[in-house]
Design a protein around this ligand. Structure first.
Ligand code: F0G
Length: 351
């Protein structure tokens, strides 16, 4: 049967109101790609699979939650949706709002959003507003304005976002027949780890799929859940997770604990190294934040703090590398230039 989008496929398992009116871009149904070379690089002896969420319609996992949130908003008669975003939520909200015929407004932290995300939000027709502050400041503003005016908030505080994002856990269990032993993923505002845990626990009750341990990974410069207190000035090259006050932080900690997993931090250097290694060894290019889950996994294995021998590990890679091309190009010298002559090309590549 052709894929018709997540609400059609998994709608009966999602707690959405009857008025919900489906808005879909045929999101989800993303592949679980084996990563044997990377597993070997990390010491080997275990199975590693990448859930490549960058293959969603707007290039990130946000489309799972957005199909649900915007469908509910449309059915309720909302005219406008709003969100704060480090970029991916903005692009996704803008695309689904466009498809639903709704207006979208997105607030982003000034100068801290990757080019591909900003371009997306603009292309889909959002009103983009830069806040001279952090993501956390922007989130506080959109919460206040949506309480005061009839504007629908589509950040992951919105419960329907969580409902939609549970489908990633369902897909993994459907593909494998059971839950994996470990699931590692980046953590920013903590909606996604909350959703995965809700999805896995629901599926386990329904289908006895078992439960994974969750390894949530924050960037070291934006690691409130590891430090145990908010971070006033979060800083990381992984701008998607540059968040100091996660809205669902408590639930993330609870998910990590209940799963007998944990939340750890990875440095910017570890994140960028992993981004490069994943692309070079497996042909999978993800944005920096999306490499954080794997970077945390590698660091835990290195420290001997994790035992995965003969186990199955799924790493969630949340967004596509194309979202943030500058991170790669700015670190490189420009490619070599040759005149349009065969000898010059031979000289350049066969030398
Ligand atoms: N990975 C990517 C690529 C993201 O864009 C985000 C969050 C996360 C991971 C973390 O997910 O917030 O559910 O813990 N991006 C949000 C945004 C904040 O505005 O696009 P989370």
């Amino acid at each position: 049967m052709p894929h018709r989008g997540l609400l059609e496929k998994y709608g009966s398992l999602l707690d959405l109101p009857a008025h919900t009116q489906t808005v879909t871009l045929l999101e989800g149904n993303t592949p679980l790609i084996p990563a044997p070379h990377l597993a070997r690089e990390m010491g080997g002896g275990f199975e590693l699979l990448i859930k490549f969420e960058g293959l969603n319609p707007t290039g990130s996992f946000k489309d799972r939650g957005m199909t649900a949130a915007v469908s509910e908003a449309l059915g309720r008669g909302a005219a406008t949706v709003i969100c704060a975003s480090t970029g991916n939520t903005a692009a996704s909200a803008a695309a689904y709002a466009a498809r639903a015929g709704l207006k979208s407004i997105v607030l982003i932290p000034q100068g801290k959003v990757a080019a591909g995300k900003l371009a997306g939000a603009l292309a889909y027709g959002a009103q983009v507003i830069q806040v001279d502050g952090s993501f956390d400041d922007a989130l506080s503003l959109v919460v206040q304005i949506s309480e005061k005016h009839p504007i629908c908030l589509v950040n992951s505080i919105n419960p329907y976002r969580i409902e939609g994002q549970k489908t990633a856990a369902f897909e993994i269990c459907d593909a494998l027949g059971t839950a994996p032993d470990w699931l590692c993923l980046p953590v920013g505002n903590a909606g996604n780890i909350t959703s995965y845990w809700a999805g896995f626990t629901q599926y386990d009750l329904l289908k006895a799929t078992g439960l994974p341990h969750l390894l949530g990974v924050q960037a070291a410069g934006a690691a409130p859940l590891v430090l145990g207190h908010p971070v006033e000035k979060p800083e990381t090259v992984a701008t998607a997770i540059r968040i100091g006050r996660p809205a669902r932080g408590e639930q993330a900690l609870q998910a990590a604990e209940e799963s007998r997993g944990r939340i750890v931090a990875a440095t910017d250097e570890q994140i960028l190294d992993m981004q490069k290694t994943l692309a070079r060894l497996e042909g999978i290019w993800v944005e920096p934040a999306s490499a954080a889950g794997l970077a945390g996994l590698a660091a835990e294995l290195n420290r001997g703090r994790l035992e995965v021998r003969a186990k199955r590990v799924v790493a969630v890679c949340t967004g596509h590398g194309l979202k943030d091309p500058e991170i790669v190009t700015r670190a490189l010298t420009a490619p070599q230039i040759v005149p349009p002559k065969l000898e010059a090309l031979e000289e350049a590549i066969l030398r």
